[in-house]
Design a protein around this ligand. Structure first.
Ligand code: ADP
Ligand code: DAR
Length: 340
């Protein structure tokens, strides 16, 4: 393997931090599950427009390839080496930033999780992925009350149902080119699926980018209620599933941007005036360290001045702090919208 010939317009953290020295140090390394530098960086090499450029194949690889991964993690999360987790809703001191429902269409909070001892998605074998699907869908069967629901495997799901679930923001899109390059779409759609309760306020994706995406969502801006439901669900699932977690990196995920809390707390919010003043819009999202996505998730566009606003950082911040920061930022956006 030779040192990659990065294109001059490469903007990813991969091409910024993979120096020739680090490449020489890591090029022959391999994890116990067989993950190599070549596979770690493949997505970023094949997609030069990547923002990060790496996907990790197992927990051990975060240590083996630390000379490259640590600078990426440090830069993305501004990481301080003492990750703490706090999902207790009693510690979340917020109110609904849009009680009259003028701006926020919906709220969604998700966490990524992967099973302890299993390789991550980029490095999992076909049979292992089916075992994960079996273990997780089994654990979901034990949920009761408002969390009670049913698992729907993607294999055999009719296209109309699948497309409607994606259009309604409940189901993941078919893996994009970044995930494809990372090997996350292997044997698609086998082993993938979605669990949800009757009113689709609690959902779990199985074997997409992470082995679980545990999701709470509902119409409106009652962020605390969404967080409380999610925290109750995670607590229930932890009774029967052990998740990959490290003191240094928190919950282990296939993309380093999701480490730590692995939480993305978002609102779909309509801001027609701020949408015409992106400089002001972005000054507020930068101040509160918020990310702007389109209405159909990552790599999509906003429509009708509706934006997906969420916390950007996930590591070195607790779940409660991340939701508080997002809520404060949304409050500031609403105040700015009202002032225009
Ligand atoms: P993830 O949040 O898991 O990283 P995406 O950003 O791709 O993944 O979003 C996944 C789906 O969730 C998309 O259909 C997106 O429109 C939807 N979504 C995200 N935030 C919200 C929200 N606040 N309300 C409704 N749907 C949302
Ligand atoms: N497209 C990849 C992933 C960045 C973060 N998003 C994730 N993990 N879904 C990139 O490097 O740009």
């Amino acid at each position: 393997m030779n040192y990659p010939n990065f294109s001059s317009d490469c903007k990813s953290l991969l091409c910024k931090h993979l120096t020739k020295e680090i490449f020489e140090e890591l090029k022959d390394k391999k994890s116990r599950y067989g993950y190599t530098l070549n596979r770690l960086i493949k997505s970023g090499l094949e997609n030069p427009d990547s923002s990060i450029g790496v996907y990790v194949g197992d927990e051990e690889s975060y240590e083996i390839f630390a000379p490259l991964l640590n600078p990426i993690i440090q830069e993305y999360h501004n990481f301080t080496n003492n990750h703490k987790s706090d999902m207790d809703p009693n510690h979340l001191d917020i109110t609904n930033p849009d009680p009259n429902g003028e701006f926020i269409l919906s709220t969604r909070i998700r966490v990524g999780r992967n099973l302890h001892c299993f390789p991550l998605g980029p490095n999992i074998a076909q049979r292992e992925r089916l075992i994960v699907e079996c273990m997780v869908s089994d654990a979901l069967k034990s949920l009761d009350g408002e969390l009670k629901g049913r698992y729907y495997p993607l294999l055999g799901m009719d296209k109309e149902t699948q497309n409607r679930l994606i259009k309604d923001h409940f189901l993941f899109k078919e893996g994009d080119r970044f995930l494809e390059s990372a090997g996350l779409n292997k044997e698609w759609p086998e082993g993938r699926g979605i669990f949800h309760n009757s009113n689709k306020t609690f959902l779990v994706w199985i074997n997409e980018e992470d082995q679980l995406r545990i999701i709470s969502m509902q119409k409106g801006g009652d962020i605390k209620e969404v967080f409380s439901r999610l925290s109750k669900a995670v607590k229930e699932l932890e009774k029967s599933l052990k998740f990959a977690f490290s003191q240094r990196l928190g919950y282990i995920t296939s993309c380093p941007t999701n480490l730590g809390t692995a939480m993305r707390a978002s609102v779909h919010i309509k801001l027609p005036k701020l949408g015409k003043d992106m400089q002001k819009f972005q000054s507020i999202t930068q101040k509160y360290d918020l990310q702007i996505r389109g209405v159909d998730g990552e790599h999509s566009q906003s429509k009708d001045y509706i934006y997906d606003i969420s916390n950007r950082r996930r590591l070195g911040i607790t779940e409660v702090e991340a939701v508080k920061q997002m809520t404060d930022g949304v409050q500031a956006l609403i105040e700015a919208e009202k002032s225009l």
